[in-house]
Design a protein. Structure first.
Length: 89
């Protein structure tokens, strides 16, 4: 067993998160819910059954909302990286 303390660069741990990471994660979850809802609402068209109520189609619009959340998170992360680069340069 090694009891030495590493002297190299410290790697990022799971606790380190950049600005916008939370928005990206939330966007992925919301997008996935919308994608599943889209598949569920399209299925009756192929199965020849009665279509779902309007609420199911509204839930499928979460796919776009999730995409927008993730894009906002990416833009926030880019802006933070640019600010940090300006400070160091």
């Amino acid at each position: 067993m090694r009891s030495e303390i590493p002297t190299g660069p410290v790697s990022e741990s799971a606790d380190d998160s950049a600005p916008g990471d939370g928005l990206v994660k939330a966007g992925v979850v919301v997008f996935a819910i919308g994608a599943v809802a889209t598949l569920v609402t399209v299925a009756p068209l192929f199965l020849g059954t009665d279509p779902f109520p309007t609420v199911a189609y509204l839930v499928s619009m979460l796919m776009g909302v999730g995409f927008a959340l993730a894009a906002a998170g990416v833009l926030r992360s880019v802006a933070a990286q640019r600010r940090q680069a300006r400070r160091t340069a």
